[in-house]
Design a protein around this ligand. Structure first.
Ligand SMILES: Nc1ncnc2c1ncn2[C@@H]1O[C@H](COP(=O)(O)OP(=O)(O)OP(=O)(O)O)[C@@H](O)[C@H]1O
Ligand SMILES: [Mg+2]
Length: 292
């Protein structure tokens, strides 16, 4: 993070946020989190910890029951419809299962990433004849899917559809990128490459990235800051190097201390051995994605 980013207003801030779902289920309690512009933060924790709920609050898709959410220096719940639409166009969301209409062609699904920024006429015209085929092909190529440009989305596998969701948000070029388990349906090599693209996009454009990840090894490899959540609360919020094996084992205690990983990584799986040393990574971030 550069100095300017450190002094700028947070891209995302949650202050003592709580959320109770309409059925009375409490999903979050007293969650406070500030993410500076350009930061990359991974949210990890066991199933039911509240990761998706937190990201939905951050995207202003859910309204907090308690506390305050600020998004790109605005309170989304005090904005009129037009201002809220403009704010949402600056935020990109990657869903675990992208909500893409099945009959849509891949190219149209990707170009939809910029609908919020295009004039109504350009948006309508693009439904008939895609406005920027080259741009859509370029982002798809980064996810090794360029050959599926004109495929219907209902003819794609779950993992391919997930990559279309990522391509769409890369095409959107948002200031704040929120991703909920964006690579859960991908094999280890593709998952690694897709996270590399999201990180590369954040670094190249100064965009803020907040992603929940099932795989602890991916979070440790790519994200400078990790937020551990359990039972609706933040249990740690630390630079990667300060996250110890004990903290990780404790976070996943309900899963028997076994850390979910995507690459069966022995160093990460050895967490909880009790010597208190920081988590040792068997890999380094030597490869950089060719992102623009
Ligand atoms: N729409 C909903 N209505 C009621 N309760 C919900 C709803 N969505 C989530 N919850 C509850 O809120 C809590 C947090 O759920 P959330 O989906 O945020 O967890 P998560 O960390 O994303 O889990 P996972 O790793 O399984 O995706 C859970 O107890 C869950 O049962
Ligand atoms: Mg979830």
């Amino acid at each position: 993070m550069n100095e300017a980013a450190a002094t700028a207003a947070p891209a995302l801030s949650l202050s003592a946020v709580g959320l109770v779902h309409p059925n009375g289920q409490r999903a979050l309690s007293r969650v406070s989190l500030a993410v500076a512009p350009g930061e990359q933060v991974a949210i990890i924790g066991p199933s039911g910890a509240g990761k998706t709920t937190l990201l939905r609050l951050a995207a202003a898709a859910l309204r907090p029951t308690e506390g305050r959410v600020r998004l790109l220096d605005a309170n989304p719940w005090q904005l009129g419809a037009g201002d809220l639409r403009r704010l949402r166009a600056r935020v990109g969301v990657v869903h675990q299962a992208p909500p893409i209409p099945p009959q849509l062609r891949v190219v149209t699904a990707i170009l939809a990433g910029r609908l919020g920024r295009w004039s109504t006429w350009k948006a309508i015209a693009s439904l008939i004849y895609p406005a920027d085929i080259a741009g859509a092909r370029e982002v798809l190529a980064r996810l090794e899917l360029a050959d599926r440009l004109f495929e219907r989305c209902d003819r794609l596998s779950g993992g391919q559809l997930q990559r279309v969701g990522i391509a769409r948000v890369l095409y959107q070029q948002p200031e704040l990128l929120l991703a909920d388990e964006p690579v859960s349906a991908l094999d280890p090599a593709l998952a690694d490459a897709a996270i590399a693209q999201l990180i590369g996009h954040s670094e190249a454009r100064g965009a803020t990235l907040v992603a929940s990840l099932h795989a602890v090894d991916l979070a440790l490899k790519w994200f400078p800051r990790l937020v551990g959540m359990r039972a609706g609360e933040v249990v740690f919020d630390l630079p990667r190097r300060e996250v110890s094996r004990e903290m990780l084992a404790e976070l996943y205690a309900t899963e028997g201390g076994v850390l979910p990983t995507q690459a069966n990584d022995p160093a990460v799986l050895a967490a909880g051995h009790g010597d208190g040393s920081p988590t040792v990574l068997p890999f380094t971030r030597s490869t950089r994605p060719g992102c623009r």
